[in-house]
Ligand binder design. Structure first.
Ligand code: ZN
Length: 675
C-alpha cells in the first residue's frame, strides 16, 4: 500500500469513527485505538506535508485568527414567529390552511376552499446558536454565524473543531445546511465548575457558553470544549438531479442524515391537534435530555407548499415556534447549608426535596447571601419555588409557609471554626474573619493551591486535603512542602505507592511559573488571566510584593478593585510569611516573560501559506508572535508580508493581487534572526 492510500484509509477510519461516535452515538473504536490511528496519521502527514488536505481530521484545529470576517449569507436566515399556547398554534394553522387553500383553488379555478388538512412536521427547538454550513462537492468550506440573518461571521475554523460536523460528506454534493450549535448540559456544568475554580465568571446558560465558545479567536479553546450540532434546514438547488426526489422537509432531513449530518428526531403530524399533543409530550420529555430546548418548531412539510406560502417581512409563514413555559417547580426546604469558601465568605445553600427541573434532578438551590434570605422571608420547611432560567445553579425565587414551617436561624458564628461572623461595610457578603485557622478556609485555599491552573499538584483530592488539615499537618499552603512520606502513610487508604506519588507530586511542583505561582496564592479577585497579566508586568514575586496601588491599577486588565486586593494581600504578614516559606522550602519561580522583550516586529502582520522546510507553521507563527508580530490566517490589505512555502494556497495569489510583499522561507528566517 502506498503512503497516499494509507493516509486516505486512516482518514476514512478516523472520520467514520467520529461520525459513529458524535452523530450516531455508537463508537466503533476504543479511545486508545482512536488515539493510535490519529497519531499515526499525524506522523505520516508530518513526513509528507504535501499530502495534507483541508478535510483531514488532523486539520480540525487550525491557527489563531485576529478577527472574524463578516460574510453575507447566500440565502437569508429568517427568524420564526412564536406561538405561546394552543390557541395561537391553531390560529397559525388556520392561516396556513386558508392561504394554501386559496392558492390551490386559484390554480384549479375553484371558488370555495375545502382544504381539510396540511401535513406538518414538528421537531424540538434547541436552545443554542444558529449557524450555516456550506459544502462544495461534499467538502466543508465555510461556516457562518446567523448574525442578523443577512450578514454573519465566518467561524469556519472553530466549527471545524466540532466533531459532529462532517468535514467531508458521504456524497459529493453542493449543499448549505443550517443547524443549532449547542453545549450538552453535562458539559456546561463541568465548564462552569472550571470557570468558578479559576475565579472566572460562569456562563449564564448553555446557550451563552456555546456562543462564547464558537466565537473564540483561538480554535484550540473551541476544540477543548464540548459542542455538538443538530441540523434542521437544508438549502440546495432542486434543479440538480441529486436533489430531484426531495419534495418535503422530512425528505430533506432524511437526506441530510444520509450525508452524515446529525439530525434530531422529528414527527410528521396530520393536523394541528397532533402538533398540540406533541408539544405537550415534549414539554415533559425534554426534561430527560442532556441539551437545553426552548420549544417546538412546526413546519409545513411540503416544500412546494412552503414556497407558495412564502415569507412575511421577518419570518416564514410556513413555520412557527411553540415556546415552552418557563421552568419552575415547587419543592420543600429541608435545611439550609452554610458553606465557607477559601476567602471566608459564607454562602447559604437551600437543601430541598429532590425535584426534576429542566431535565436534571435538583436537590440544592442557591440563595446567594444573607440579604437574599431576608428578602425571600424564608423559613425552614417552607414550600419554595425553584427556578432554572438564566442561572447556573437553580435558585430559590419564592417561599410560602406550610404547617410545618419553623423559624430559620441564621448562624452568627462560622460553621467550621465557630468564630463570630462579620459583615463588611458596602458588601452583601458575610465573612468568617478567622483567615488563619478556620479549617474550611484552609481546605479551600489548599484545594485552590494544588489545582491545575495553580501549582498543579496531582493526587490531592478532597479527602486527602481534609485529612491533612484535620490531622494538623497543613495549615499554611507552604506546609505542604514540609510533609514526609511517613506522614502520608498515616492517612486513610494511603499505601507505599500512593504516599510516594503524593510526595513526588509535591517535589515536582517546585519548579513553577510566576503566573501560576501568583494564581496559587489565591489573592481575592485575582484569577488565572490576571495572574498572567501580573507576570507580564512584574519580573519577580518580590517586585509584585512591592508594587504600589497606583502602578497596579494602571495596568490594562487589573483595575482598582483588584489592585486594592493585591496590595491588601501583601500587606498581611501572614501572607508574606507563606511566600517566604515557600521559597525557603525550595519553590523556584521562573518567569516566562522575563528577559528584555524584543518586540521589533510589533505592528507587522505575517500570513504564512504553503509548507515551510525548516520549521513548522506553528513554530514560525510562535516565533513571529514572540517578536510582537501578528499572524492572521487570511490575507487582507492590512497584511505586511505573505510568506510563501512550497505548495502555496490561494493566499499567494491574493497577496499578488493586493500588492503585498512576498517573502521566501529564507527571508523569514533572516527577519526572525534579525539579520
Ligand atoms: Zn471559620
Amino acid at each position: 500500500m502506498d503512503i497516499q492510500e494509507k493516509i486516505a484509509n486512516l482518514r476514512k477510519t478516523i472520520e467514520l469513527n467520529a461520525y459513529k461516535y458524535y452523530v450516531e452515538d455508537n463508537p466503533i473504536l476504543e479511545d486508545w485505538e482512536y488515539d493510535k490511528l490519529f497519531r499515526e496519521l499525524k506522523e505520516l502527514e508530518e513526513k509528507h506535508p504535501e499530502l495534507i488536505t483541508p478535510d483531514s481530521p488532523t486539520q480540525r484545529v487550525g491557527g489563531i485568527s485576529d478577527k472574524f470576517n463578516q460574510v453575507q449569507h447566500k440565502v437569508r436566515l429568517y427568524s420564526l414567529d412564536n406561538s405561546n399556547n394552543s390557541e395561537e398554534l391553531k390560529a397559525w394553522y388556520n392561516r396556513v390552511l386558508k392561504d394554501v387553500g386559496e392558492q390551490e383553488n386559484q390554480q384549479l379555478g375553484l371558488f370555495s376552499s375545502n382544504l381539510a388538512d396540511v401535513e406538518l412536521v414538528s421537531e424540538l427547538k434547541i436552545d443554542g446558536l444558529a449557524v450555516s454550513l456550506t459544502y462544495e462537492k461534499g467538502i466543508f468550506v465555510q461556516g457562518l454565524t446567523r448574525g442578523d440573518g443577512v450578514i454573519g461571521e465566518d467561524i469556519t475554523n472553530n466549527l471545524k473543531t466540532i466533531k459532529a460536523i462532517p468535514l467531508k460528506l458521504f456524497e459529493p454534493v453542493d449543499i448549505e445546511v443550517r443547524g443549532e450549535i449547542y453545549m450538552p448540559i453535562s458539559s456546561f456544568d463541568k465548564l462552569n465548575k472550571i470557570q468558578l475554580e479559576n475565579e472566572k465568571k460562569p456562563f449564564a446558560n448553555p446557550r451563552n457558553a456555546a456562543a462564547g465558545t464558537v466565537r473564540q479567536l483561538d480554535p484550540k479553546i473551541t476544540a477543548s470544549r464540548d459542542l455538538s450540532i443538530f441540523v434542521y434546514v437544508a438549502v440546495f438547488d432542486n434543479k440538480k438531479p441529486e436533489f430531484a426526489k426531495i419534495l418535503t422537509h422530512s425528505d430533506a432531513m432524511d437526506f441530510c442524515k444520509k450525508l452524515g449530518f446529525r439530525v434530531n428526531k422529528y414527527q410528521k403530524c396530520k393536523n394541528i391537534d397532533e402538533v398540540i399533543k406533541y408539544c405537550a409530550d415534549m414539554s415533559e420529555y425534554r426534561k430527560t435530555l442532556d441539551y437545553a430546548t426552548d420549544g417546538v418548531v412546526i413546519k409545513v412539510n411540503s416544500l412546494p407548499k412552503q414556497n407558495e406560502l412564502g415569507f412575511t417581512s421577518r419570518a416564514p409563514k410556513w413555520a412557527t415556534a411553540f415556546k415552552f413555559p418557563p421552568e419552575e417547580v415547587w419543592s420543600q426546604l429541608q435545611d439550609v447549608e452554610f458553606s465557607v469558601g477559601r476567602t471566608g465568605i459564607v454562602t447559604p445553600v437551600a437543601i430541598i426535596n429532590p425535584v426534576n427541573l429542566s431535565g436534571s434532578v435538583v436537590s440544592r438551590a442557591s440563595m446567594y447571601n444573607f440579604d437574599e434570605i431576608h428578602r425571600l422571608n424564608i423559613s425552614l420547611y417552607d414550600e419554595v419555588l425553584v427556578k432554572k432560567a438564566a442561572e447556573i445553579i437553580p435558585k430559590v425565587v419564592k417561599a410560602r409557609r406550610t404547617e410545618k414551617s419553623q423559624d430559620l436561624i441564621l448562624p452568627d458564628v462560622c460553621p467550621s471554626c465557630k468564630t463570630k461572623l462579620v459583615e463588611v461595610e458596602g458588601e452583601v457578603a458575610i465573612y468568617c474573619p478567622n483567615k488563619k485557622t478556620c479549617p474550611a478556609q484552609i481546605k479551600g485555599r489548599i484545594e485552590y493551591f494544588v489545582s491545575k491552573q495553580a501549582m498543579d499538584i496531582d493526587g490531592f483530592g478532597e479527602s486527602i486535603i481534609d485529612q491533612l488539615v484535620e490531622k494538623g499537618y497543613v495549615y499554611r499552603v507552604s506546609d505542604l512542602y514540609k510533609l514526609s512520606i511517613e506522614q502520608f502513610l498515616t492517612l486513610d487508604l494511603i499505601k507505599d505507592k500512593s504516599a510516594n506519588n503524593l510526595f513526588n507530586a509535591i517535589e515536582k511542583s517546585k519548579d513553577v511559573l510566576l503566573s501560576k505561582f501568583i494564581n496559587a496564592l489565591g489573592i481575592r479577585l485575582v484569577g488565572k488571566e490576571s495572574s498572567d497579566i501580573l507576570a507580564q508586568n512584574y519580573q519577580t514575586i518580590d517586585e509584585l510584593i512591592k508594587a504600589k496601588y497606583d502602578d497596579l491599577s494602571q495596568i490594562d486588565g487589573i483595575g482598582d478593585k483588584m489592585a486594592k486586593s493585591i496590595v491588601d494581600f501583601f500587606a498581611d504578614e501572614e501572607n508574606l510569611l507563606t511566600v517566604k516559606e515557600l521559597i525557603e522550602l525550595g519553590v523556584k519561580i521562573k518567569n516566562k516573560y522575563s528577559g528584555v522583550l524584543d518586540l521589533r516586529l510589533k505592528g507587522q502582520s505575517f500570513v504564512i501559506t504553503g509548507t515551510l522546510d525548516t520549521l513548522s507553521r506553528d513554530e514560525a507563527q510562535n516565533k513571529l508572535k514572540e517578536l510582537g508580530a501578528k499572524t492572521p490566517s487570511s490575507v487582507s490589505k492590512n497584511t505586511t508580508f505573505v510568506v510563501v512555502g512550497s505548495n502555496p494556497g490561494s493566499k499567494a495569489t491574493k497577496a499578488q493581487e493586493l500588492g503585498i510583499k512576498i517573502l521566501s522561507e529564507e527571508d523569514l528566517i533572516k527577519i526572525i534572526k534579525g539579520e
